[in-house]
Design a protein around this ligand. Structure first.
Ligand code: SF4
Length: 95
């Protein structure tokens, strides 16, 4: 049986983790938004193009709802925040 002090500490600990998770959702403004940080780092993803190379003209891009909307990438599972104007080292010209 936990005493009151232990319960209070546990509560504060849990509240802290719950609060820490809030800014992620608030920053993107979209609870469904997700990024694949591991693959982004591995492939050196950036939000801007490299000369004329960008996600919109890459073989691996999965377009979003419109030409300017964020979409996905076949090489970054679960990532819904790939910018059409983005770029990474796995870029390959779309046929
Ligand atoms: S492979 Fe790289 S450049 Fe191509 S769509 Fe994916 S993130 Fe963009």
């Amino acid at each position: 049986m936990m005493n009151t002090s232990t319960q209070r500490r546990l509560f504060l600990k849990l509240s802290g983790s719950a609060l820490a998770a809030i800014p992620v959702v608030a920053l993107t403004g979209n609870a469904m938004a997700a990024t694949n940080a591991q693959m982004r780092t591995a492939l050196k993803y950036q939000d801007k193009p490299l000369a004329d190379k960008n996600c919109a003209n890459c073989l691996h891009f999965v377009p979003g709802a419109s030409a300017t909307a964020k979409g996905g990438c076949k090489l970054m599972p679960g990532d819904t925040e790939i910018a059409p104007a983005g770029y990474c080292t796995a870029w390959a010209k779309k046929a």
